[in-house]
Ligand binder design. Structure first.
Ligand code: MBD
Ligand code: FE
Length: 286
């Protein structure tokens, strides 16, 4: 795989995330939502905005600055980023109240469907000179009753050692650090990859500017993204974090959970290994 240097920009990754989201969003059909529900939700959201204006005695210049900022978020293609960083965790927590099995976490803006299918024991697609500590991530996919799930799909994507995702940074080859691992007869998988770095929200776009203006930090702890799927089972979207990692206790996206933290052991060859099993509940009949 070749590498040409071109530095990633907020607008570049934002445009890609927006295009990708629009392609996927066709499946999110909510056209049959009754008007009472639409009115109730929109009223609550607007009430929150009105309350903030009152509470903080918001001025006209502040109101107009907010409008300009909202326009910049749209023009920079940062709505997928903003929504997934600041809102998605609340939706995920709400949905999780009806979910059994392995804990879920947010999808985020950088999922890409249709990645290469890989055998149960595999080398994750990466550049010949991919930097980062070697990491072996292995485990088993089971039903919540303990039955191993053969042929399950472990759809994995993660950032590189600089915190960038392929498909959203022009210098990275397509499909880098992305793939769908298919479990063996015992539901097992073993992936050899590299340790990702923490992710920083781009500071050159409106989301980063808002974070800076508020005096917050723009970091997510290092993480693996996964979607685990098996026939007849409810798919689970989740993330895996690393014990002792920076920003683990102050994730800007508030998407960490103690159950999702692994602590890889380093073997004699300097390879970090970790086992994590996934449990999927049967698909509901509804
Ligand atoms: C990420 O890598 C991520 O996982 C989320 C949720 C938001 C922004 C960047
Ligand atoms: Fe991520």
């Amino acid at each position: 795989m070749s590498t040409t240097q071109q530095s990633p920009t907020a607008a570049g990754s934002g445009a890609n995330a927006s295009e990708n989201f629009k392609a996927a969003a066709a499946t999110n059909d909510v056209a049959d939502t009754p008007p009472e529900r639409v009115a109730a939700i929109v009223t609550s959201v607007l009430q929150g905005v009105h309350d903030a204006i009152k509470t903080h005695d918001v001025s006209y210049p502040e109101f107009q600055a907010a409008k300009a900022w909202l326009m910049a978020v749209g023009e920079g293609g940062e709505w997928p980023l903003f929504m997934d960083v600041f809102v998605e965790h609340a939706v995920e927590e709400q949905v999780a109240t009806s979910q059994r099995g392995t804990k879920g976490s947010i999808l985020g803006p950088y999922y890409l469907p249709g990645q290469v299918r890989l055998p149960s024991v595999c080398e994750f697609p990466r550049r010949d000179d991919e930097r980062g500590l070697p990491l072996v991530f292995e485990g088993q996919v089971r039903d919540i009753d303990g039955t191993p799930l053969a042929g399950a799909e472990v759809d994995l994507w993660h950032a590189d050692a600089d915190g960038y995702y392929s498909g959203f940074a022009p210098h990275l080859p397509e499909g880098n650090l992305r793939g769908v691992i298919v479990t063996d007869d015992e539901g097992r998988f073993q992936i050899t990859t590299v340790q990702p770095a923490p992710y920083q929200i781009p500071t050159d776009g409106p989301t980063g500017q808002m974070i800076e203006a508020a005096g917050w930090h723009p970091w997510r702890p290092a993480h693996l993204h996964l979607q685990v799927r098996a026939e007849g089972h409810r798919p689970i979207t989740t993330q895996i974090y690393f014990a002792g990692g920076e920003w683990l206790d102050s994730d800007v996206a508030e998407a960490t959970k103690p159950e999702l933290v692994i602590d890889p052991r380093e073997d004699a060859d300097g390879v970090r290994r970790s086992t994590y099993d996934f449990e999927l509940e049967p698909q509901s009949e509804a």
